[in-house]
Write a protein that binds this ligand. Structure first.
Ligand SMILES: Nc1nc2c(ncn2[C@@H]2O[C@H](COP(=O)(O)OP(=O)(O)OP(=O)(O)O)[C@@H](O)[C@H]2O)c(=O)[nH]1
Length: 343
């Protein structure tokens, strides 16, 4: 998973390693050579390696440590930012990560036995984890919040909103929360059928009105139903809409006004890459989302969208969709994500 991003990280590590002149552990001699082998320097220079590398190596062997300066890593960081952007990391996010890593590495004293790759890894880990940092925990929220909790799902067409609602509904049902579904997608005939089928399969109540009716009224009715029947959770589906469609964006604002949901969850597909990032920004601006869910992470995705959606909305990603079955919804774990990329 996330192979291309991993390649970018490895390339950054190799470049910084090369600049320090500190060899990878497996290539390192047991003891520090007393003096630099002049033949080796000559050979390296002749092969076209930069003089700065040999100077650095010479200095290192003499002093048994290297202090990284900006020019040592400038090019490597710049190439890395480019790799990030190529892998769906938004420009401002790539800038932030590049600057964080640079700030952390410049002036760093690296000693003989230290692993340069590991030092770069740590810098990257800290920078990416700081983007995902959030006090919000979905499970705790559901446990502690006054019931019924009303959650609406928003996003563009076909990204997996209804499927995600069904997956979440199953998990809530299995955790003994009384859950009702609301079909706020009155726009598309198939949508009603789709959510009704999920309701039947999961043995859950679905509140629906006829096609073309006001979606805000449907979800409002579901909330009233939940209150009257002591349900815990209302999951409201909404029609897929492009953030550029003013009328439909006005409609979702109305749903938010009328229903006053506890949580607005933005759903998008990880495969959409930078488009998902742009959409998350626009939806957040229009209706102030609380968290995101990225679907289709099981497809061959670059992974950059996860970092960028979180940064662009300043909100956590709480779940990822990992397939088309009911159990294919996993809690998003930033540590897992960073381990996948950085190793
Ligand atoms: N591989 C994979 N497919 C998914 C995932 N989530 C949803 N899908 C598939 O994506 C397609 C669209 O899903 P829907 O749930 O209908 O999407 P939607 O956002 O409700 O669509 P609209 O109602 O048109 O806006 C379906 O074929 C789903 O099975 C996932 O995590 N992985």
């Amino acid at each position: 998973m996330f192979k291309k991003l991993k390649d970018g990280v490895n390339s950054l590590k190799n470049k910084v390693e090369e600049k320090t002149g500190i060899k990878k552990e497996e290539n390192r001699p047991e003891e520090i050579p007393e003096k630099l082998d002049q033949e080796e320097i000559k050979e390296k220079t002749e092969k076209g390696k930069k003089t700065s590398l040999t100077t650095k190596a010479k200095k290192f062997i003499k002093e048994r440590k290297v202090i990284l300066d900006e020019k040592d890593i400038e090019d490597a960081i710049s190439d890395f930012k480019f790799d990030l952007i190529e892998n769906d990391v938004a420009f401002d996010v790539a800038e932030k990560i590049g600057e964080d890593v640079k700030e952390d590495l410049v002036g760093r004293e690296i000693k003989w036995r230290e692993d340069v790759g590991e030092i770069v890894n740590e810098s990257l880990r800290n920078s990416i984890l700081s983007i995902f940092e959030s006090p919000f925990q979905f499970k705790t929220y559901i446990e502690e919040k006054e019931k019924p909790i009303v959650i609406i799902f928003v996003g563009t067409n076909g990204v997996g909103k209804t499927t995600t609602i069904a997956k979440m509904a199953k998990w809530l049902r299995d955790t003994d929360y009384k859950t009702v579904l609301a079909n706020g997608d009155t726009f598309r005939a198939g949508a009603m059928e789709q959510i009704t089928k999920h309701g039947e399969k999961l043995n859950l109540k679905v509140i629906k009105h006829q096609e073309g009716s006001d979606p805000a009224a449907v979800i409002y009715d579901a909330v009233e139903f939940a209150k009257a029947n002591e349900y815990d959770i209302v999951l409201g589906d909404t029609a897929g809409r492009m953030h550029t469609d003013v009328n439909l964006m006005d409609q979702i604002k109305k749903i938010k006004r009328v229903v006053d949901p506890d949580l607005v969850l933005f759903v998008d597909e990880a495969v959409a890459g930078s488009d998902a990032v742009e959409r998350s920004r626009e939806f957040n601006e229009a209706i102030d989302i609380d968290a995101s869910i990225l679907t289709k992470i099981d497809a061959d995705v670059s992974g950059g969208a996860a970092i960028s959606v979180s940064y662009a909305t300043n909100n956590p990603i709480i779940f990822v969709g990992t397939g088309q079955n009911y159990d294919d919804l996993k809690k998003f774990d930033p540590e897992w994500f960073v381990d996948e990329i950085v190793g």
